[in-house]
Design a protein around this ligand. Structure first.
Ligand code: PLP
Length: 374
């Protein structure tokens, strides 16, 4: 089947893979071993990759903390602020009800530990209202955390406006940029934020590596407490031997995104237009505001159709998903689509990338036609 589930994960770019194989073969040192060339070479690779990622984000390499991916970064950003929040007597956190579970679950943990968690609703187009969110800020607000692009709908949240205003207010702002890192690089460059989660495997890098970006604002880093305890790697914030090959792949993915990102976006937008055109022949509802949306995905409901049946019937031809990959093993209608009041049980997500030249929706169209003519 044709792979159309790029928002879940992307194929590793051949240049990323080539570099990683080289590192695994010949540069297997521990980046913390300072006494010999193996360790020094590994450290050089880590430093180079950190610089490439920092360069793409327009930040200092010292602001990059490597983690195992955005799930860990989100957990570190939220749970890592617990001690500071208590010391400052700031126990209020604002987020949204369409975040990824790796935000919502740590927030639930803090809620059980006495924090006051407020989740902003979205409108039927999947957008949060920046003013509504900002009105909720209080003197005891510790953190605001909002995703940049939603993984299920691709809808872009107004993190630019929110970031600017929170900076003026002096409230910590975390952005989950898992779906926009390496894609909307220009937008990310102009954002104001304190913490940002990124991951390699949504932009042709390997799975199992990501980073938490910690900006130094007024020369002060967000005051995080580490979740893991061990050696002093990553300034003590994330101890553990650095996975040098994964980091090399992450750096290469960032470099490729910097070189080709604009071109990729144009190609993805062309495919989106073609997908929307093809859908015209059957009854459908597009979920999510298309004027503030990633160009590499579309979330669509087919009224009267069960998405599970659709995916089953078309699975030998196209690989798509409903909900997000992380929750589809225990299938429940998507919390994102439910928050929007969309037809969650009839919805599928198609997502693609620059490796895809065209998308043929014929299997979907045939199934929907058959089912609606019964
Ligand atoms: N946040 C969002 C918005 C995502 O789409 C994902 C994807 O899985 C994650 C977080 C988790 O990222 P990772 O798989 O790197 O842990």
């Amino acid at each position: 089947p044709v792979y159309l589930d790029f928002n879940a994960t992307t194929p590793v770019h051949p240049e990323v893979l080539e570099l990683m194989i080289h590192v695994y073969r010949s540069q297997f040192g521990n980046a913390s071993s300072r006494t010999h060339i193996y360790g020094q070479e590994a450290k050089r690779i880590v430093d180079e990759s950190r610089a490439k990622i920092a360069n793409l984000l327009g930040i200092s390499p010292t602001e990059v903390v490597f983690t195992s991916g955005a799930t860990e970064s989100n957990n570190l950003a939220i749970l890592g602020l617990e001690d500071y929040g208590r010391k400052q007597r700031k126990l209020h956190i604002i987020s949204t009800n369409i975040e990824h579970n790796s935000i919502l679950e740590p927030l639930k943990v803090l809620s059980r530990r006495g924090f006051d968690i407020e989740l902003c609703p979205v409108d039927s187009a999947g957008l949060i209202d920046a003013e509504d969110l900002l009105r909720r800020v209080r003197t005891d607000t510790l953190l605001v955390t909002v995703m940049h692009a939603n993984n299920e709908t691709g809808v872009l949240q107004p993190v630019d406006v929110i970031g600017t205003r929170l900076k003026e207010m002096g409230v910590l702002f975390h952005v989950d940029a898992s779906q926009t890192f390496g894609k909307l690089s220009k937008e990310i460059l102009s954002l104001d934020y304190d913490l940002m989660s990124i991951t390699a495997h949504k932009v042709y890098g390997p799975q199992g590596i990501g980073a938490l970006i910690l900006r130094h604002r007024n020369y002060v880093r967000p005051p995080l407490t580490p979740l893991l305890h061990g050696g002093g790697q990553e300034n003590g914030l994330r101890p553990g031997t650095l996975p040098v090959a994964l980091i090399a792949g992450f750096g290469k993915a960032a470099e490729l995104a910097q070189l080709h990102g604009e071109k990729w976006l144009r190609q993805e937008a062309r495919i989106k237009q073609d997908v929307l055109d093809q859908l015209r022949v059957i009854k459908h509802v597009i979920n999510g505001d298309q004027t503030h949306c990633l160009p590499n995905c579309v979330n669509v409901s087919f009224p009267g159709i069960d998405s599970e049946a659709l995916m089953l019937a078309t699975r030998t031809e196209i690989a798509i998903s409903n909900g997000s990959a992380c929750t589809s093993s225990k299938y429940r209608p998507s919390h994102v689509l439910e928050a929007m009041g969309a037809l969650a049980e009839s919805a599928v997500r198609l997502s693609w990338g620059p490796q895809i030249d065209s998308v043929d929706l014929e299997p979907i169209i045939t199934f929907v036609r058959q089912m609606t003519q019964l």
